[in-house]
Write a protein that binds this ligand. Structure first.
Ligand code: ADP
Ligand code: MG
Length: 246
């Protein structure tokens, strides 16, 4: 049986009195790619952030690698070493070089040997065609380059699961492809387990093993990737896809 990486059971989340996520249930097996699609405000970012402990939840359970998460700050801090996340805004440290940005967490948080991590970081940088920028500062890089560095920085932690929230949304169109190619390769070559929020429908159609379609904080449908883009189960998802000119 393929190893289960994540299981979400009856997850309900509130902002104050207002319920933003309603009874979310799904699971994710090792190597699987799930894309979260849905209109703006449907709760995609909230769900992703909850899965990384950045948002508390009131009801329900999250299991990571078969173990129920005790949602305390200390536990999340530990889990975040295994659950990498890349956001829309590349949050690199401006005062550190590219290489030091990448080395920081593996050496300080994981206590790994600096020379080993550096060797690995250089290999990762080479893989995203940025080895020549190792000693640059983030301000010297384009948005697309910064986002590729943010991905490398997350990978340097050896995560078991990667969460991507609209990582190309603020990039110029010519930068988008390079970033998406890296994510695609992570799936094809490394079989990385991933949850991806994206508005790039062609990309989603290529990469998604499954689609979770959200609206108003609810999963309206959960459909195999290919099927979702050809024959979504709900009229709402069909309407969404046509609005995306897909
Ligand atoms: P999406 O990523 O799908 O666009 P979000 O998860 O960002 O959706 O937002 C879901 C809903 O929760 C929206 O109605 C949004 O306005 C609301 N929301 C998001 N963050 C907060 C917050 N910190 N406090 C209160 N409401 C929020
Ligand atoms: Mg969002």
């Amino acid at each position: 049986m393929t190893e289960e990486i994540l299981k979400v059971e009856h997850l309900n989340k509130f902002y104050g009195d207002w319920q933003v996520l309603h009874d979310i249930n799904f699971d994710l097996k090792k190597g699987e790619v799930v894309t979260l699609l849905g209109p703006s405000g449907s709760g995609k970012s909230t769900l992703i952030r909850t899965l990384n402990g950045l948002e508390p939840f009131r009801k329900g359970s999250i299991y990571f690698k078969g173990k129920k998460i005790d949602p305390t700050p200390k536990e999340w801090q530990k889990l975040r070493q295994e659950i990498g996340m890349v956001f829309q805004s590349y949050d690199l440290f401006p005062n550190l070089t590219v290489l030091d940005n990448i080395l920081l967490a593996p050496t300080k948080v994981q206590g790994r040997n600096r020379a080993d991590v550096k060797k690995e970081a250089m290999e990762l940088l080479d893989r995203v065609d940025l080895a020549d920028q190792a000693n640059s500062y983030p301000r010297q890089l384009s948005g697309g380059q910064k986002q590729r560095i943010a991905i490398v920085r997350a990978l340097a932690m050896h995560p078991e699961l990667m969460l991507f929230d609209e990582v190309t949304a603020s990039l110029d169109p010519e930068m988008v492809r390079g970033v998406l190619e890296i994510i695609k390769e992570l799936s094809d070559r490394d079989h990385m387990t991933m949850i991806i929020v994206t508005h790039e429908m062609n990309f989603a159609a290529q990469i998604a093993d499954r689609v979770l379609f959200l609206e108003n904080g609810r999963i309206l449908e959960e459909t195999p990737g290919k099927q979702f883009f050809e024959h979504p189960q709900t009229a709402r998802a069909a309407e969404f896809l046509s609005s995306m000119e897909f």
